[in-house]
Design a protein around this ligand. Structure first.
Ligand SMILES: *Cc1c(COP(=O)(O)O)cnc(C)c1O
Length: 475
């Protein structure tokens, strides 16, 4: 008798044992994360050079795998969960989120349709209604209205979905069938995230039809310039379709004036998408909800709990005011997916709200995060980051060696050394090479600027003070 193929599987007992070891490993890693240099020091190909050229012919032990994680993988990581990680924007996480992610892996359900796992869809719809409450978003985004929310992998995908819906709306549903004819135009600010340009290329609108609107001295879009650009395009026979406003730009956290932009979009009948990927989380706190002023004029909105709301990557919350418009743009129903629940019209099939067909059970981790911390706990953590950023900005303002580039609207502080680009860059590199903190840069008004993004789950006052100390020593 040949051996049963079952023998090659990991046994349930071994899974329990290794699973506990992995949970311990993660807790040890996170509790001792400050022992590692924040930025990985390895050179290109260092990791691959240690890996066997060919896959193993015979299965290996789990201990061997975990040993290689320690010896090969760990040194090749930049530690995003380090409390001294101030680069890019955070991708913070938390224990309840990690457990939600693990459960999702354990369940292994594929939630493309309501019928493929009703709880996967219904929990997601429910949690996104909670998010409307948590951030005090417009009621139009509730699933009980004409709109609703969905979890996307990233803000980039959310923006692409919004642009595709806008494209279909603007052309009366013609573009999916016939393609674009080169007349559609889309608008965003010069400071917007690169994902808008990428969406315009993927959606077939093309870079030539993407208008980058000028910004004011605080790097926020100038609404009048938007109006002028839209009108000029109409005069030239173009078909303006879509505007993306940003709440919290990536370079400087600038907040576009959503209300003024929204009023123009209403007058001109344009789809308004609001990208608040990083900064939307601030609206947990009533005193910061002014960032969303005018959001009721938006057709769609997204923010990333996977940046600053303690939820593992990937988790972007995407809301639309008219779900029918989104579904019209993204729905295709092949025979093999037909089912009575879908045909009843009483259920949501989230496959029609996103680019891929398949989807993970992401709502679990967000549900766990919200339930573990409660609105109060989340607000407390976010307020701490915001206060730390304010104090840090005050320090920069008073420093003789550094200039504050703009008054930080939220928790991103942009600064440069008074001696200019080269000096600023050398300081950033010295800090990153030290392994004691990690920073990234941008360019504002063509000048090299250090960004200090304060939003890590474990980032506390001593970490920001240590960074200040390093900046002082290098000044
Ligand atoms: C981070 C960011 C994005 C892109 O986020 P992904 O989820 O990685 O696609 C888009 N817009 C803004 C404003 C961002 O900060």
């Amino acid at each position: 008798m040949p051996e049963s193929p079952h023998d090659v599987h990991m046994s349930a007992d071994a899974f329990r044992r290794h699973g506990r070891a992995v949970i311990d490993w993660i807790a040890d890693y996170l509790e001792n994360i400050e022992q590692h240099p924040v930025q990985s020091p390895v050179k290109p190909n260092h990791v691959r050079a240690q890996l066997p050229a060919h896959p193993p012919e015979r299965g290996e032990s789990f201990e061997a795998m975990l040993r290689d994680v320690n010896e090969i993988i760990l040194p090749g990581l930049t530690h995003w969960q380090s409390p001294s990680f101030f680069g890019f924007f955070p991708a913070n996480t938390s224990y309840p989120s990690i457990l939600g992610e693990l459960l999702s892996a354990g369940l292994g359900v594929q939630g493309m349709l309501w019928a493929t796992s009703p709880a996967c869809t219904e929990l997601e719809t429910h949690v996104l209604d909670w998010v409307v409450d948590l951030l005090d978003l417009p009621r139009e985004f509730l699933s009980t209205s004409e709109g609703g929310g969905v979890i996307q992998d990233t803000a980039s995908s959310a923006t692409l979905c919004a642009m595709l819906a806008a494209r279909e709306c603007a052309t009366g549903g013609a573009t999916n069938d016939r393609g674009t004819d080169g007349t559609l135009t889309v608008y965003t600010s010069r400071q917007t995230h690169s994902s808008i340009e990428k969406a315009a290329t993927i959606a077939g609108i093309g870079r030539v039809n993407l208008r980058l609107i000028e910004v004011d001295e605080r790097f926020a879009m100038e609404p009048e310039k938007l109006r002028q650009a839209v009108r000029a395009d109409r005069r030239a026979g173009k078909m303006p379709a879509f505007v993306c406003a940003t709440v919290g730009t990536t370079s400087s956290n600038a907040i576009d004036p959503v209300r003024a932009i929204g009023e123009i979009c209403r007058e001109e009948k344009l789809w308004l998408h609001v990208d608040a990927a990083m900064s939307g989380t601030a609206a947990l706190c009533p005193e910061f909800r002014h960032i969303h002023d005018g959001l009721e004029l938006a057709d769609s909105y997204c923010f990333n709990p996977h940046k600053w709301m303690f939820t593992n990557f990937d988790c972007d919350c995407f809301f639309v005011r008219d779900r029918a418009a989104l579904v019209r743009a993204l729905s295709i129903l092949p025979e093999y997916l037909r089912n009575t629940a879908t045909e009843s019209g009483h259920v949501i099939d989230y496959r029609d709200w996103q680019i891929p067909l398949g989807r993970r059970f992401r709502a679990l981790k967000l549900w766990f995060v919200i339930r573990h911390y409660g609105a109060e706990g989340l607000r407390e953590l976010v307020r701490e980051h915001l206060a730390l950023a304010r104090e840090f900005a005050d320090w920069v303002r008073e420093s003789k060696s550094y200039d504050l580039i703009t008054d930080p609207p939220l928790n991103l502080v942009c600064l440069r050394h008074v001696e200019g680009d080269r000096r600023t860059r050398a300081i950033l590199e010295a800090i990153n090479d030290s392994g004691r903190a990690f920073l990234t840069h941008t360019k504002l008004n063509d000048r090299y600027v250090i960004r200090v993004s304060i939003g890590g789950t474990r980032t506390r006052r001593p970490h920001v003070e240590a960074l200040r100390g390093q900046l002082s020593d290098l000044a």
